[in-house]
Ligand binder design. Structure first.
Ligand code: SF4
Length: 611
């Protein structure tokens, strides 16, 4: 095989063993890599009902056939597992040297299972796997961990590690690399912590298997040049995703005060232009010439890497209007290894609970010092509130009761990312049906919807959500390349089949790639249904009641909210177009037509499948 290494590595931490396995060309062609491999591996290998924080859960690191080549934004890998936050499929991507080094070490994916007796570091250097005592590392934050490992092995090796959040099994702890490049929102860091795995170090020295080296080199150079001459490139380099703060404010979709409003009176203080004034440099993922991480000096005079999501969630959503303070909250979250989106959501929830008198702790809106202290409590699971919030907003609302579930902002247990949807039904549907819970990665449809018109709950909107889920959540996540060159500066989609051909020699036009996207999407759906069985219901695809019950009280969309009856009708339309029944369960014929006959058979043993 070209493009793919054709090898997976199974690591058992309990046994201190690593075994390399070959996989066949069919798996490569049908699932591509990244999310596709992760979904297939977890479907095939994970016993339904496995406790996500038990040794039996598996943690997958997977690259794709383009990972590591000199192509725009191909330095990513997917981290995936059964999520302790949602008890469904969970994943995320990270731009990291670990992606490149893992592939150069000869593996397309590494699967970690079992639990080490004590804290351990896994060193994967080409064909060898070594397990080191990590007692001296346990308790360090993610930045300190990576620095210490860099001092030992060199600062260009690939490191994936957890901070104290992962060690303490915070259910939205993530995996961190390169000081702030983090992924695995649905608790992949907690899964790592539950296995006593503090870090994985990847060192690879092999050439990647490429079908047409010259074509690959030429294409890569041409595509990098193409990115550079795009009209939006210069502005992108200045602001990255940060200009979305101003855009969201202008369009009343900036999550504010726990998603009760879409505008924030202090938005100017946390927007892209405010960021430019305190910016010191750009950071980015390997192989990328768009480097969208904006490094600023925070209120503690330390460096923090900002993007739209972390600023909106730790800014407007909790009422903090000073960017340096937002940056400090973001940095400590990265150090502890906590997902900033979920963190902003649980903080907003706590502030609202405090305001409503549901908890005795005083957590005022916009309180910087209080928020910082509470983040520490969450990371260490200290005190009643820290421990409560460490389980995520769904669990916290179940515990508190008193109607708090109506403003606990999550779907399927995963906290919603940074767009308020009072006025945007398509984006609400995208959150409702995303493969990991409420995340924007699969179908960031809101920019299109704001232009196309927000009011309708139309077939056109459903089609757009599905189209984006195929491209972004499907193909890009399986190729494990960043979507931003396409979505933000307009690098044309036609480049990707060409890259694939140069790497693998296989012709895979977009029509075929889209089928792969659907295959993976359906397999992930089957994973959720297999886990939830008879407890599965279409309610799991519905955003929280707040957006349907409490209209906006400020901004140009004052009085607006979603319509539940129309949302339900749109959801049923989505199911039909996806080939799912009225419960949202894939039909047997749908799975079979996607080459998932065995999955259909297995799923049929858990729930009845429509034909
Ligand atoms: S655009 Fe940003 S997120 Fe994407 S690869 Fe480049 S630096 Fe990473």
């Amino acid at each position: 095989m070209f493009g793919w290494n054709g090898k997976l590595l199974h690591v058992n931490l309990g046994k201190g063993k690593a075994v390399a396995d070959k996989y066949d060309a069919e798996m490569a062609k049908n699932f591509l890599g990244g999310r596709g491999f992760a979904a297939k591996i977890l479907w095939d290998e994970l016993k339904p009902g496995t406790d996500p924080l038990s040794p039996d859960n598996k943690l997958v690191f997977a690259g794709g056939p383009l990972t590591g080549f000199a192509l725009p934004s191909s330095g990513k890998l997917v981290v995936a597992s059964k999520s302790p936050l949602t008890w469904g499929y969970g994943d995320g991507n990270i731009g990291t040297f670990a992606a490149v080094q893992m592939r150069k070490a000869g593996y397309d994916a590494v699967i970690v299972e079992g639990k080490a007796e004590g804290p351990v570091i896994l060193l994967l250097r080409d064909e060898s796997a070594e397990f080191f005592d990590a007692k001296d590392f346990w308790g360090l934050n993610s930045f300190e961990t990576e620095k210490k490992l860099g001092d030992l092995y060199g600062h260009t090796v690939g490191v994936l590690c957890i901070g104290q959040g992962g060690e303490n099994l915070v259910k939205f702890a993530n995996i961190v690399s390169q000081e702030g490049r983090a992924g695995g929102r649905p608790g992949m860091g907690a899964v790592m912590g539950s296995k006593n795995l503090k870090a994985v170090v990847f060192i690879g020295s092999n050439e990647l298997p490429v079908a047409y080296p010259k074509e690959m080199k030429d294409l890569g150079m041409e595509a990098y040049r193409e990115v550079l001459v795009k009209p939006n490139y210069a502005f992108w380099k200045r602001e990255g995703t940060m200009s979305t703060i101003e855009w969201s404010q202008e369009n009343s979709v900036l999550p504010t005060f726990n998603y009760s409003e879409g505008v924030f009176s202090k938005a100017d203080g946390i927007g892209g232009f405010a960021m430019e004034k305190i910016k010191v440099s750009n950071r980015g993922c390997p192989q990328c010439n768009m480097t969208c991480g904006n490094v600023v000096k925070d209120s503690d005079r330390k460096e923090s890497e900002l993007d739209y999501e972390n600023v909106a969630m730790l800014g407007s959503n909790i009422g903090v209007g000073k960017l340096k303070q937002v940056a400090a909250l973001n940095r400590v979250a990265d150090e502890y290894g906590l997902d900033t989106i979920s963190l902003g959501s649980v903080l907003g929830f706590a502030m609202e609970a405090s305001e409503k008198g549901l908890i005795k702790e005083k957590v005022p809106w916009g309180g910087f010092k209080g928020s910082k202290a509470l983040i520490k409590d969450i990371a260490f699971r200290q005190g009643y509130l820290g421990n409560l919030l460490a389980d995520g907003v769904y669990s916290a609302s179940e515990e508190l009761g008193k109607g708090s579930n109506r403003w606990a902002m999550h779907v399927k247990g995963l906290e919603i990312s940074a767009y308020d949807c009072h006025t945007t039904p398509a984006m609400a549907l995208a959150y409702g049906t995303c493969s990991i819970g409420a995340h924007h990665k699969d179908a960031w449809v809101i920019a299109w919807e704001v232009k196309a018109g927000r009011k309708g709950y139309t077939a056109e909107k459903v089609d757009k959500v599905i189209e984006l889920q195929r491209i972004r959540g499907g193909v890009f996540e399986c190729l494990t390349v960043c979507r931003l060159p396409w979505i933000e500066v307009g690098l044309e989609l036609e480049w990707y089949p060409k890259f694939l051909h140069a790497a693998t020699s296989i012709e895979l036009p977009w029509q075929t790639l889209n089928v792969i996207g659907d295959r993976v999407f359906n397999l992930i759906r089957a994973f959720w249904i297999r886990e939830y069985g008879k407890k599965w219901s279409p309610e799991m695809d519905v955003p929280p009641p707040r957006w349907f019950e409490e209209p906006l009280t400020e901004g140009s969309f004052k009085g607006a909210m979603l319509d539940r009856t129309k949302y339900d009708a749109m959801l049923q339309m989505y199911y039909q177009k996806r080939g799912w029944d009225e419960r949202g369960i894939p039909r047997e014929s749908t799975l079979t037509s996607l080459g998932l006959r065995n999955a259909a058979k297995e799923l049929g043993g858990h729930v009845s499948l429509a034909g």
